[in-house]
Design a protein around this ligand. Structure first.
Ligand code: COA
Length: 254
């Protein structure tokens, strides 16, 4: 079965991470499938809302670390960047149902969702520094803006997880529910939205996002250039090697 499942019902496209044996970590093929699904959802008038979901034990462990080593994104057209531009510019409502860990892009993609529901086991983290990397998905712009600078600095510099209640407090999450209910809650909200006039949803989202789009895309681009360079540098190589060998990284000389 595919690592990304896409299903359309009652105006709602649901995109499901389905790579549980690898904790729903995301390969470049998965980014490509998600970018294509988002583009389809944008073009298809019968799709009015999109929901991302994972499993009740894990949303996503973020980028596949083997892919970071073997297939690092090399151009702006790389699947990960296509996916990120797709969700940042998506004009219809975008929802996420998050239970368990949401690591790296598993968290940063949520800045581009309109509504986020979390299981009480959700653990959000952006451990880019711990991997010798830097933020992506415009999170270096959107996290300080949403959380306040100091809380964003804690999340992005220390890279430690923060949990469902804290995520709700800073405004990343709308509601916390039992993990077994999170996908159903997001679906119910998506169906409510799908029953509303699409032109009003699109216009309201456009007005709320204001003139932000350009700044977000520009920041994504700037981050992407640094990220691409840092993926090939010694600190990241040490972090990825350590993950593969199941040991602690040694950054003492870096
Ligand atoms: N890339 C590739 N493989 C991954 C992965 C990732 N990001 N995250 C987990 N996996 C794999 C593990 O290598 C392991 O594979 P194996 O069974 O072949 O050894 C399997 O998924 C299970 O992972 P494990 O670490 O044993 O699960 P856990 O429940 O103890 O921990 C996480 C779950 C998500 C906390 C942990 O896997 C983790 O921290 N992953 C890395 C997250 C990360 O740094 N992502 C990059 C962000 S930019």
């Amino acid at each position: 079965m595919s690592d990304i499942l896409t299903h359309i019902d009652a105006g709602v496209m649901t995109i499901t991470f389905n790579r549980l044996d690898k904790k729903n970590s995301i390969t470049s093929d998965m980014y490509a499938a998600m970018a294509d699904a988002v583009a389809q959802a944008s073009a298809d008038a019968s799709v009015r809302v999109v929901v991302f979901q994972g499993h009740e034990t894990i949303f996503s462990a973020g980028n596949d670390i083997g892919d970071f080593l073997n297939k690092p994104p090399s151009t702006k057209e790389s699947p990960v960047f296509r996916f990120l531009r797709g969700i940042a510019g998506f004009e219809k409502p975008l929802l996420a149902a998050v239970a368990g860990p949401a690591v790296g892009i598993g968290t940063t993609m949520l800045f581009h969702c309109d509504l986020v529901y979390a299981g009480d086991n959700a653990a959000f983290s952006m451990p880019f520094v711990n991997l010798g990397l830097c933020p992506e998905a415009a999170s270096s712009l959107l996290a300080p803006r949403m959380f306040g600078y100091h809380r964003a600095a804690e999340a992005l510099l220390l890279g430690e997880p923060f949990f469902a209640e804290a995520a709700q407090e800073v405004g990343l999450v709308n509601r916390v529910v039992p993990p077994t209910e999170v996908n159903a809650v997001a679906q119910a909200q998506a169906r409510k939205l799908a029953a509303k006039p699409l032109s009003s949803l699109i216009e309201t989202k456009r007005l709320m996002k204001g003139g932000d789009q350009q700044a977000v895309l520009q920041k994504m681009d700037e981050e992407g250039q640094s990220f691409g360079r840092m993926l090939r540098e010694p600190a990241a190589k040490e972090a990825f090697g350590a993950f593969m060998e199941k040991r602690k990284p040694d950054f003492s000389k870096l």
